[in-house]
Ligand binder design. Sequence first.
Ligand SMILES: [Zn+2]
Length: 728
Amino acid sequence: MKENEFKQVNYLWDEQTANQLDAVERLRYRSNILGADQRITNTGGGNTSSKVKMTDPLGGDEVDVLWVKGSGGDLRTSTRANFASLYMDKFLSLENIYNKAEVKGVKTEIEDLMVDMYRHTTYGLNPATSSIDTPLHGLIPFRHVDHMHPISVIAIAASKDQERLTQAVFEEEVGWVPWQRPGFDLGLVMKEKLKQDPDLKGLVMGQHGLINWADDDKACYELTLSLIEKAARYIEQHDKGDKTFGGQKYAALDEKVRNEILVKLLPKLRGMVSQVNRFIGTVHVTESVLQFVNSADARRLAEIGTSCPDHFLRTKIKPLYVDWDPQKESYDALVEKLETGLVAYRADYVAYYEACKHPNSPPMRDPNPTVILIPGLGLIAWGKNKSESRVTAEFYSLAIEVMRASEAISEYQGLPRQEAFDIEYWLLEEAKLKRMPSEKEFARNVVVVIGAGSGIGKATAHRVAKEGAHVVCADLSEEAARATAQELVDIYGVGIGVAGTGISGCGPAIGLSVDITKRESVRAMFENVLLVYGGVDNIIITAGIFVSPDKQGYIPDDKWALTYAINVTGPYLVADEAKKIWQAQGLRTSLVITTSANAAVAKQGSFAYDTSKAAANHLVRELAIELSPLVRVNGLAPATVVEGSSMFPRDRVISSLTKYNIAFDESESTESLRDKLAVFYAQRTLTKSPITLADQAEVAYLLSSSKFSKTTGQIISVDGGLHEAFLR
Ligand SMILES: [Zn+2]
């Protein structure tokens, strides 16, 4: 097939780019461009390999080295470090070890033991871990091998008459092997198949995907694309049009109504599925997803579950489908159906675990669904973090495409439940989970930092992100909010999954604008947070205002009102709007309001600021009572953080320096003036040390964390020790 003839996949090979690369980099390049097209393979799915002649670092001889995509990572974003390298001769000698085992074959002990043996064959001290698919590449006697999970080929592989369809689509070019869990034995099965029919260019792997090979890397890439193209064209010819999924049962909702229902439902739903572990949500609503959830066959097909093992490890064996009529039934009816649906789903999961478990199976995992399908609303996916929930949404949307295609050409079938279980609870999979580092303090949490555009808020956003939080950086200035969010995304990465509609497709941080003096603005911000992450956990408010008074300590009346609006009414409105979300979720969480040491010290010079902060202190106490037992509410009372603070603009710094008779030059930079003031303030404290943004951020974090889980209604001063500000 020629470059310009591909219609169903993107042909991306660029000869000039490829020719500048060494053999291993060419493999990396081929992998990246294959992974860039969701129709070719899913995020994290599939693997590629090249057998490359290299110099042995010990003997100096030329040896054959198998470079193969290792465990973890993703083809689209792979770098050289994601590829394992194995001496071919040593790898091939493993077949003798395998054959010596008394009991061998799929799912035997020797199969799992082989995975550890791959490490003994490592070339060049490469630390990349070989995956369970390594023998699929090593045992095929061609120089280059691609194993993909293309929608169109999985559709054939997940159909009732998959062997006949393979023949009909690919004729003699491609063979078929029935479903078998990947491992050494599957590699041997493929090797044998190729021995019987040396002309085969590839194999359809039952319920799984495609594998094909060539002795030239570009030829291998083009073969992969042409086989997928062929399958996709066959499917297109059989497309059922309006009759897809048995036709439409429910009509779609318009976007505005859909979002209104979603923002009401999401916190409730998050609470329901998060009783064992908290989840982060992704809302995925495409035309294709809507066509599926609104269809006559959705209930039947959802029950069959996902087919490709890669898919159901994230989506679970099946989603929860709620048969709700978006036109005729009420919101309350939907909640009721979700409640009963979840009870049934969990009971089903327990029954599946009990029926399929082996004596040495790992304990049962969280029985809640990770994919929820609702007519009119679309697909809501849940994961331990945003990246995972996006991957889950991606995988189910790919499964929908598989079902669409499979039902067009045949009848869709799932993997037998026992086979699904043996993948889900595979001891190797469990070992992988056990090797993962333990979760951080704010993993699975959505932390909203209001005032994150600068100063303490920005430092706090960075501090909580370090603890694994998903951070909503909110600020009056949208630009500043986005800048902080971008800093976090640059540090922690956007993750891997490709899904999420609109803002729900975001990464671990997002910047949103909010004016906390206006209830509608606060509400709109929270509605966005819900569509982004599905819920709200901790809120930290650092936004505040200090209007520089005149020499007598006075400010104009409108500035007095503004001071109260931002320092007192603002935190109240945030708490009052968040309350509805927190109550719908029913999960324990916390609120931290930044007040000030000034709240406790009566002095001359700043009536409005000082009294507003005293009111904020009492707001903390009253909210602690109002929001108990779900939400702990505490105050953080900083004093004189001058470093990088928007509360200390140049004119305030100069007026303070003048007030305290500190010598300065008008030509000095603002930072230099701030330093002078900070040193002066430090001398007034018991600890004699300047107070930094990091000091404040640390306590904002600690008060929100489980370390202070028994503390509420308190004000903690971070002021270096000001005895006049001691609370009693
Ligand atoms: Zn695979």
